[in-house]
Design a protein around this ligand. Structure first.
Ligand code: ADP
Length: 184
């Protein structure tokens, strides 16, 4: 499955919980880049400059990293929650290519109002959560990522879930939304 949603919408927290629940893998591109930057790996260091400014990491670099993961079956078996990828139309098309015969079952649009996510990001205070970077990332969400909601809706695999509420409440809503996909 794929999780779409603004920065600070809770994709990371909920993605991890879903992965644990379904015993599948949680793949966060943001986390991959932060880990590889901390480890001094080239791709991570290259990405860090973009991340600190709130810019998207160039598609080629992101796709290369995701491609690499999917080449190792152990990384994506028996299934996966993708968190933070795809974020552009080009990435969504690349994901289709990468997945080939194993299409996505469900895409979730985790919906939280902008003023709430801004507050959450201010509160979490991650290194890249400066005022300017928060503003820029939300702008890029609107122009680059939000169109993917319609892209996947047209494929009839989109579920919209209200991301306001406690962590447990949202987790429950996500499970319910996913369940409708497998009982129809
Ligand atoms: P957030 O959702 O708060 O932006 P993430 O951990 O998902 O947090 O991502 C952090 C940063 O990593 C992004 O601001 C962006 O620079 C980079 N990044 C992560 N995933 C992608 C992607 N699919 N395409 C381009 N850049 C990405």
């Amino acid at each position: 499955m794929v999780l779409l949603g603004k920065q600070g919408s809770g994709k990371g927290t909920q993605g991890k919980r879903l992965a644990t629940h379904f015993r599948i893998r949680h793949l966060s591109t943001g986390e991959m880049f932060r880990d590889s930057a901390a480890a001094g790996v080239h791709a991570g260091l290259e990405a860090k400059g973009f991340m600190d400014r709130g810019e998207l990491v160039p598609d080629e670099l992101v796709v290369a990293v995701v491609d690499e993961r999917f080449k190792n079956p152990l990384e994506v078996m028996p299934g996966f929650v993708l968190d933070g990828f795809p974020r552009t139309k080009a990435q969504a098309l690349e994901l289709d290519r990468i997945l080939e015969q194993n299409p996505i079952d469900v895409v979730i649009d985790l919906d939280v109002p902008t003023d709430v996510v801004v507050e959450r990001m201010r509160a979490r205070g991650r290194e890249d959560d400066t005022e300017e970077s928060i503003r820029r990332r939300l702008e890029l969400y609107d122009t680059e990522t939000k169109p993917l909601v319609q892209f996947y809706r047209e494929r009839s695999i989109l579920e919209r879930v209200n991301g306001l509420g406690t962590e447990d409440e949202v987790h429950g809503l996500l499970l319910a939304a996913i369940a409708t996909r497998f009982t129809r």
